[in-house]
Every structure is written in C-alpha cells, then in structure tokens.
Design a protein around this ligand. Structure first.
Ligand code: NDP
Length: 320
C-alpha cells in the first residue's frame, strides 16, 4: 500500500506520516525543501522511515509538481496549504492561489493516476462555519454548513476564504473527474509538535503561557493525533464519505486560559482579555458523523493542552 502525503513537513502532516509508517504503509512525502534539515529531519527519524519513507520535492504553485509523487499511489492525503491566521499583505498570492491552484494541481495529478482509489483532503472548519448564520450556544454547526466566500471577504478572513474556495474547487473537480474524495474539517488543532518550527494553531497557546492577554474569540479545539487518525481512517474505512467536522469542544479563550492556569499555577497566565467588551458566545460543532462512521474518540482538550505545553518544553520553546 503506497500513499502520498502533501506538505509532509507540517504540524498535522508529520503525525499523519508517523501513523501511516506505523501501520506499514510506504509513504511518499512531498515537501518544498527536501534538503532543509528543519523541514525533514523529524520525518527521517520516524520509525519505519528508513525502509518506507520517500521524500519528493513539490510546490503547490508549480504545474505538474505532484505528478511523480502521486503516480502509482493508492491514496493521496492532501494537507499542504499555507496557514496564516493573522493579517497578510497579499491574500491572493500568499493564501488563495496556493490553496486553490495548489489543490487543483494535486487533484490533476490524481486524475492522471488510475491507481489512486481515494483522496483525503485536509479542509477546515473555516470552510464550514463562516456565513451569516448566528453562532450562539444552542446552535449546532455540522457538515451540511458551508462558508460563504463573500462573508469571508467582508470580514477579511483571508485564510478562511482560501480554505472555502479550495474545498469548493476540490468538490467541483472530483465530481467532474469521478475521483473519490473525503474532506476532513478540523477546528484549531493543538497537541505535541513533531516538527521543529512552531505552527500557527498552537501559537495562541504559547502566547497564553507567555502571559499575553487573550483575544475575544471562541474557537473549537481538537488534538492533532485525533486529526491524523481521522485522515487515515477516512481512507481505510470503505463506507466513509463526504465531509467530517472534527472538534473536541468549542470554548472562549478566557476558558482556555483558565484551564492552563489550573494546570500551571506558578505561571503568570492572565485572566485579562485584549478588549473590554462582552465575550463572544460559544456554539456547538456536531461530531456525530466522525464518532459514528470513523469511530473517533476525541482526546480531552486538557490532555491535548498539557501535551502541547510539554512539547514546547522539550523543544526549548519555553523555559520553566
Ligand atoms: P503547517 O503550517 O504546519 O503546514 C502547512 C504545510 O503546507 C507545510 O508543510 C507547508 O510547507 C505546506 N505549504 C504551504 N505552502 C506551500 C506551497 N506553496 N507549496 C507546497 N507546500 C506548501 O500547518 P498545519 O499542519 O496546521 O496545517 C495542515 C493543513 O491543515 C492545512 O491545509 C491547513 O489549512 C489545515 N488545517 C489546519 C488547522 C490547524 O489548526 N492547524 C485546522 C484546520 C485545517 P513548508 O513546511 O515548506 O512551509
């Protein structure tokens, strides 16, 4: 069983590669910089890597870049996409083009390779949730929801726009080309880092540890190992289909800070919000589908947060 993972050096993909190797797969891992030790050393050190990991150089913006990595694979896990949650200078060039053109680029390689039985595409809850519908504690968001690109544009949520347009383009392409695709739509992903550089979704946790005030936001959180497993199960379970929202819970940042304060009472974790206004309400995300059809048993957020912080310590990102 030969599979391809795009963007393999990233936070989430590194765990997917690790678990795929553990399960005996031969993994073709695409990276932008195969000779940069910061990007690949952690992959090359994984159990089974010597025997069954092959690195391929590929860039989302280069036509045909993924052809050789994808050709002959049974499955493709397409995770590569720029993650920039803060402000960006040029949303089209920095986020939208690599997400949308890159996804089509990868899918075109899949369409050329008859061996590919299924594509698992890492979308996001950002492609689910950003629309006019109210988000309040009694509202349950599920896989039938789609983000509205105009709504993302109005709010200048460029990352969400990139994921929304990429997922939309992906569904159109696979329907026209008869490709079996599943999307995984996680919320903010926490958990231990395998890669050496810090990624965007664990940065808010580091900010809290470093005593910064928190934003007035309510986000869903899910553990990286659960997300990686969901990708693999979505390939292995024949009856899996469509989209899968993944979230352990949705909480306001004040609550996230409280959990960390209880866990690390000697640290100066603030109880202050960046702004003096009413807290943004929470909402619910349905994970019935992921629990029922993939059998995902979500890791409690407390455990995931602890492992995230312990991995910061191991990597000397924090000193305490
Ligand atoms: P990372 O930033 O750790 O990984 C992103 C990966 O995409 C990196 O390997 C990066 O390569 C690659 N990439 C970016 N631009 C290009 C490009 N032009 N060509 C080739 N590769 C490129 O992020 P995550 O692991 O968090 O994210 C992985 C996926 O999961 C993304 O699709 C993201 O949208 C999605 N996601 C993430 C969530 C989260 O909270 N973390 C939540 C929901 C979805 P390089 O290392 O060379 O920069």
């Amino acid at each position: 069983n030969v599979v391809c993972v795009t963007g393999a050096s990233g936070f989430m993909a590194s765990w997917i590669v690790k678990f795929l190797l553990q399960r005996g797969y031969t993994v073709r891992a695409t990276v932008r910089e195969p000779s940069n030790p910061n990007k690949v050393d952690h992959l090359l050190r994984l159990e089974g890597a010597n025997e069954r990991l092959q690195l391929f150089k590929a860039d989302l913006l280069e036509e045909g870049s993924f052809d050789s990595a994808v050709d002959g694979c049974d499955a493709v896990f397409h995770t590569a996409s720029p993650v920039r949650l803060g402000p960006v200078n040029d949303p089209q060039a920095e986020l939208i083009d690599p997400a949308v053109k890159g996804t089509l680029n990868v899918l075109k390689s899949c369409a050329k390779s008859p061996s590919v039985k299924r594509v698992i595409f890492t979308s996001s809850v950002s492609a689910v949730i950003f629309n006019e519908r109210p988000k309040t504690p009694e509202v349950v968001v599920d896989e039938t929801w789609f983000s509205n690109p105009d709504f993302c544009r109005e709010l200048e949520r460029w990352y969400s726009l990139s994921k929304t347009l990429a997922e939309d383009a992906a569904w159109k392409f696979v329907n026209e080309n008869n490709i079996d695709m599943i999307t995984i739509n996680p919320v903010m992903v926490s958990g231990p880092l395998l890669q050496s550089e810090i990624n965007e979704s664990v940065e808010p946790i580091l900010n809290l540890i470093n005593g910064k005030q928190f934003p007035n936001k309510s986000f869903g959180w899910v553990d990286v190992k659960d997300v990686a497993n969901a990708h693999i199960l979505a390939y292995e379970i024949a009856s899996a289909c469509g989209r899968y929202c993944l979230a352990e819970r949705v909480i306001h940042f004040s609550e996230l800070a409280r959990i960390l304060r209880d866990m690390y009472p000697t640290l100066q974790i603030t109880d202050k919000c960046e702004v003096d206004e009413a807290y943004m309400p929470t909402y619910q995300i349905s994970t019935e589908k992921a629990k029922k059809s993939l059998g995902i048993d979500f890791t409690p957020l407390e455990v995931s947060l602890k492992e995230t912080v312990e991995s910061f310590r191991e990597k000397d990102i924090v000193n305490f």
